[in-house]
Design a protein around this ligand. Structure first.
Ligand SMILES: [Zn+2]
Length: 219
């Protein structure tokens, strides 16, 4: 099995989490997602964690430099273990991508591929806005009006509770999130395309087919 350092790009609703799991398992990669890294640092009370906590407590975005330092720490550990990484949710913009490249270079490390899961805007909107979740927190079952509807309208098959739509999944908000994603990601994909690292994957298919397509381009 070849060894890769990978980066996964894709809009909200593209099933990036599922693919990240599959890839991490198949290629024995350590998955780095910034959300978990930040939470872990805060919990462990490291210097970086304490700094991150100040921003989180103040309801502010954590600055790029802090996130990069967190990632840099992890990358060093991964390198010492002679393992490889999968970056998920980072970089989010061009500045972060450039900083990441510097960091990798300085540590004698490099990215092998940036995998982008591409989806049609309309299909994404359908996917996300169709999602319904069980109001029973202990159940938390997820349905989709089109793809996996409940047997009885608006009622959970498993526990009989009502279903609801998360605020995050409502059309107007989703549109804003997708537009932000497109605006920030476009320069990012161009950056990796220019370095011949970008692999574009058709996300308008089943998760299994998406995985297969990713395996095919990783050679
Ligand atoms: Zn339920």
């Amino acid at each position: 099995m070849k060894k890769y350092n990978l980066l996964l790009l894709g809009p909200p609703g593209a099933g990036k989490g599922t693919q990240a799991q599959v890839l991490a398992h198949k290629y024995n990669l350590i998955r780095l997602d910034t959300g978990s890294l930040i939470r872990a640092a805060i919990q462990s009370g490291t210097d970086l964690g304490l700094k991150a906590k100040e921003f989180v407590s103040a309801g502010k975005l954590i600055p790029d430099t802090l996130v990069i330092n967190l990632i840099l720490n992890e990358l060093k550990k991964i390198k010492e273990m002679d393992r490889n990484f999968l970056l998920d949710g980072f970089p989010r913009n061009l500045a972060q991508a450039e900083a990441l490249e510097q960091t990798l270079k300085a540590n004698d490390c490099k990215l092998d591929f940036a995998v982008e899961i591409k989806l049609d805007f309309d299909k994404l909107l359908d996917r996300i806005t169709g999602r319904r979740i069980c109001t029973n927190k202990a159940c938390n079952a997820v349905y989709h009006l089109q793809f996996s509807p409940p047997k009885q309208e608006n009622i959970c098959d498993l526990c009989g509770s009502f279903l609801y739509q998360r605020d995050d999944d409502k059309a107007e908000l989703v549109k804003t999130r997708l537009e932000t994603y497109q605006k920030e990601t476009l320069p990012l994909t161009e950056f990796y395309k220019n370095k011949s690292l970008l692999k574009e994957i058709n996300g308008n298919q089943t998760p299994e087919q998406v995985s297969e397509d990713i395996f095919k381009v990783l050679i």
